[in-house]
Ligand binder design. Structure first.
Ligand code: NAD
Length: 257
């Protein structure tokens, strides 16, 4: 018996990193999963890995900011598994700049992927979840959305928006049996937070070693792993949290204490 037996989940951005850990954790609890990513190679590879290990997964490449691709992702899931019970809005990205240097397109890109993508994917599963009077929406914010971070005003605005959005839909959708919750990871070891060459700029993925070491040193339990986030995602996706909605949990090893 698993916590997610006979359940179907879509996890966006699950080709690698935190999303992949969530997908594998859900599968270990009996869930069927749709692996989604904008990167087709990791998307297919993760679904293949799960199927080879005896789980049930399909891969659907989609950009979460593209309504037609998002609709196709939901349609393909229903075609394969009959329904959708759980949506984990995990796809997200950073691209940093100090506010006085931040171009409009950089602000828009980060708001689009992190916030608009979350909204579009949520809208796309609603018909199905409302019809079955059951659904779990699990959104990904960030500690940065709660306390800010230098060079990440775009990301803080997007993730703060995800928190507000979660509370809004939690109120709206309760009558349909749909719960919506949100977590904010702190410093989790993935390619987003991997070591980047010292002295290189902050506009791409990764963090220069000096800044990274300092950041980790300020966290009581140090850096976290994708599996730490997967545990909280499982709680929000499972019946263990059926009386919980509109909440935000920080997964940050004490960073906010
Ligand atoms: N790693 C951390 O420390 C940390 C901290 C706070 C929040 N987060 C959030 O956790 C989530 C996962 O981050 P991660 O660290 O695993 O990053 P990651 O880069 O390892 O994985 C993110 C995945 O999302 C995919 N993706 C990006 N844009 C997409 C799009 N438009 N459509 C579909 N897929 C897309 C990427 O291809 C990638 O495979 C993100 O929302 C991120 O903002 C991470």
């Amino acid at each position: 018996m698993g916590l997610l037996d006979d359940k179907v989940a879509i996890i966006t951005g699950s080709g690698r990193g935190i999303g992949k850990a969530i997908a594998k954790r859900f599968v270990s609890e009996g869930c069927k999963v749709t692996i989604n990513d904008i990167d087709v190679d990791v998307c297919n590879a993760t679904a293949e890995e799960i199927n080879a290990e005896g789980g049930e997964a399909i891969a659907v490449k989609a950009d979460v900011t593209n309504p037609a691709e998002v609709k196709n992702m939901v349609d393909k899931t229903i075609e394969a598994f009959g329904t959708v019970h759980i949506l984990v809005n995990n796809a997200g990205i950073t691209k940093d700049a100090m506010i006085h240097k931040m171009e409009d397109k950089l602000f828009k890109f980060i708001l689009d992927v992190n916030l608009k993508g979350t909204i579009l994917c949520t809208q796309a599963v609603l018909e199905c979840m409302k019809e079955q009077k059951y659904g779990k929406i699990v959104n990904t914010a960030s500690v940065t959305g709660l306390m800010g971070n230098i060079g990440q005003s775009n990301y803080a605005a997007a993730k703060g928006g995800v928190i507000g959005f979660t509370k809004g839909i939690a109120r709206e959708l309760a009558l349909d049996g749909i719960r919506a919750n949100c977590y904010g990871p702190g410093f989790i070891e993935t390619r987003l937070t991997a070591v980047k060459e010292e002295g290189s700029d902050r506009s791409g993925l990764g963090i220069p070693k000096g800044i990274r070491d300092t950041a980790i040193a300020t966290i009581p339990f140090g850096a976290g792993q994708p599996s730490d986030v997967a545990s909280v995602a499982l709680f929000f996706a499972s019946p263990l949290s059926d009386y919980v909605t509109g909440e935000v949990i920080s997964i940050s090893g004490g960073q906010l204490v």
